[in-house]
Design a protein around this ligand. Structure first.
Ligand SMILES: [Zn+2]
Length: 238
């Protein structure tokens, strides 16, 4: 028998009334079968929701089976905003997709808990999601080079190129790039230490460019886009 605390990133149906939940924990991804969780009478009916922070006790050799569990936080306020919830669904889908990579899971797990808390508490929460997406690039080994021109190491008047994987100076301008201001926002988000300073704000005028730059980066360097992204576009319009 083992105890896990984790964020539910995904769940799939199993047989008629049961589900397997995939928790992101300090030790990485853990799948747990919850018998009968889809029946109205189940005490775990509400436990198995995506995004819930839960504590479970599970046993079993191959597939772990839930013996007991409780909700630590169901983030009910987040569910009141479809847009927030969809953004977080996009985020947990990303974490799930790359959860079996060799990361510092303990660090990422604690970081995600802080991010979800900030998303819950802030009206302008989108930069927190962007922060996760940018910091994940480092964990995935495709981190952008942001502080000097990739070609000549110049540190002034830089722009951001998705294809080149980072900053370029005015002497080495690529065909397509994001402005110096956008690069600065990316730097700010990428290096932000949420443990030292929880608050971060990004001027709204850059949000669309940041969204596009991140999407393009994932597509180009990891061949990845979330399934939720389309739904998100329907809600936010870009
Ligand atoms: Zn240069």
């Amino acid at each position: 028998m083992e105890e896990y605390r984790g964020i539910i990133l995904k769940k799939i149906s199993y047989k008629e009334n049961s589900e397997i939940i995939y928790l992101y924990t300090e030790v990485g991804l853990v799948g747990v079968l919850v018998h009968g969780s889809k029946t109205i009478k189940s005490p775990y009916l509400n436990l198995t929701k995506v995004l819930n922070h839960v504590k479970v006790i599970a046993g079993g050799k191959n597939l772990k089976v839930l013996r007991d569990g409780e909700i630590i936080n169901n983030y009910s306020q987040i569910h009141e905003s479809l847009e927030k919830y969809t953004y977080l669904t996009h985020m947990v889908e990303l974490v799930y997709f790359f959860a079996t990579h060799e990361h510092d899971h303990e660090k990422l797990y604690n970081f995600l808990l802080k991010i979800i808390e900030e998303v819950k508490n802030n009206l302008e929460y989108i930069p927190y999601i962007n922060m996760v997406e940018l910091k994940m690039l480092y964990l995935l080994g495709v981190n952008p080079n942001l502080n000097s021109c990739i070609v000549c190491q110049e540190t002034n008047n830089l722009v951001f190129s998705v294809k080149e994987g980072g900053a370029l100076c005015t002497n080495h301008l690529p065909e397509k790039y994001y402005s110096n201001q956008v690069l600065r926002v990316i730097q700010k988000l990428y290096y932000h230490d949420i443990n030292k300073q929880p608050q971060i704000s990004v001027s709204k005028e850059f949000l669309i460019d940041i969204r596009n730059a991140i999407d393009e980066y994932y597509e180009y360097h990891l061949n990845y886009h979330s399934k939720t992204r389309k739904m998100l576009k329907g809600l936010i319009g870009y």
